[in-house]
Design a protein around this ligand. Structure first.
Ligand SMILES: Cc1cc2nc3c(=O)[nH]c(=O)nc-3n(C[C@H](O)[C@H](O)[C@H](O)COP(=O)(O)O)c2cc1C
Length: 349
């Protein structure tokens, strides 16, 4: 079977000092890493992940990929996944000495440490997930099972949110891959909380018993839209069921809010989807996307060959807070990357 496409970035370099490479669960449990970019279908592709990694995002996720397609089709692998040796951020992280986030909880000296990349897959049965894991293992730091996708087609296929109430299937999928790949590729899971706390507990305990190394917890029920406020008490309760590191997900729109979420939930990390889509520099403390971040995105998108519709959507999210109503209307009339670049150059933003 062929391998996924590997893209060389213009910034790939052999001359830099080599950072430590630590699996994501250990980054969260044993180092000062805690910021996470969520998996996002269409959006969390290579240029966007590399952009976020450059703005203090320690862990990034690919979009959800379909394990049945990925495991059997070279075409699916080439179109769904690409990476580069420079896509992960490199951070000065401090090793943990004790619990908590106060200064003394960490060693004085920091160590140059590479961020982690997690590939997320949808699966309804163990074998395609395991085969996808074997194929993608050389390129990523963990493989994640999606159990939260709420769309009706996902339910019809028995993937994503359909797994939330099938803890035995989740256990079997995780265990098969964990047993086959061991520590060479950790398995992680992203869940939504359930109105019935016992179901959340059963899902998490099954996943942990099967060998999952980290649990992402989206603090909304499977029937709730993203516009419903996140239930941080529910996330806090869910993380108490886990013996492995956890990430809180939902309504993280700024660095300050993320710090608060970390405190309130007791999770090791905080994951943002819509917040980081509109401001990829949020974990670096910016309250809106700085124009230098927009420029970096443009350079990465062009270097990696992002198609125009996606290029256009990303910039619409990033620039939304800077645009007037008439600018938004005129932005949506653009049809090409050169046209979009001229527009940005000419507009007062
Ligand atoms: C455009 C978009 C695409 C998404 N795609 C995925 C996905 O591929 N896998 C997944 O687990 N969740 C996906 N989600 C859900 C997010 O990862 C996250 O759980 C949800 O948006 C809540 O986080 P937020 O409140 O920070 O937006 C997606 C969300 C958005 C907005």
């Amino acid at each position: 079977m062929s391998q996924p496409q590997r893209v060389q970035s213009q910034t790939d370099s052999q001359s830099q000092p080599q950072p430590l490479q630590i699996p994501p669960a250990e980054l969260l449990a044993e180092y000062s890493a805690w910021t996470v970019q969520a998996p996002m279908v269409r959006y969390s592709k290579l240029p966007f992940r590399e952009l976020c990694g450059g703005y203090n995002t320690h862990i990034t996720y690919t979009p959800m990929m379909l394990s049945t397609e990925f495991s059997r089709s070279e075409y699916a692998r080439a179109s769904d996944f690409s990476t580069s040796s420079s896509e992960r951020g490199v951070f000065e992280l401090r090793r943990r000495r004790t619990a908590g986030w106060h200064d003394e909880a960490f060693e004085k000296h920091s160590q140059l440490t590479r961020g982690a990349l997690i590939a997320q897959f949808a699966a309804s049965e163990p074998v395609p997930f395991m085969q996808s894991a074997e194929l993608i293992a050389p390129y990523v730091d963990a493989i994640d099972l999606n159990t939260g996708c709420p769309t009706s087609w996902a339910y019809a296929e028995g993937i994503g949110g359909a797994l939330l109430r099938r803890p035995e299937t989740v256990r079997d999928i995780i265990r098969t891959t964990h047993d086959r790949l061991g520590s060479s590729l950790p398995v992680t899971v992203k869940i939504r909380i359930d109105q019935d706390e016992k179901r959340t507990e059963q899902l998490i305990r099954n996943a942990v018993a099967a060998g999952v190394s980290l649990v992402g917890i989206h603090g909304r029920y499977r029937t709730q839209a993203s516009t419903s406020p996140v239930n941080l008490d529910g996330v806090r309760l869910a993380q108490s069921f886990s013996d492995v590191p956890t990430i809180s997900n939902g309504d993280a729109w700024s660095l300050d809010e993320s710090l608060r979420i970390r405190d309130v939930t007791g999770c090791n990390g905080v994951m943002s989807a819509r917040g980081i889509l509109s401001n990829p520099a949020m974990f670096a403390g910016y309250n809106e996307t700085p124009m230098e971040c927009v420029d970096k995105f443009i350079n990465l998108a062009i270097a990696y060959g992002l198609p125009f519709p996606l290029f256009h959507r990303h910039l619409a999210y990033m620039l939304e807070s800077r645009m007037s109503k008439s600018q938004r209307l005129s932005w949506h009339t653009l049809h090409s990357i050169p046209g979009a670049l001229d527009w940005i150059h000419e507009q007062p933003l």
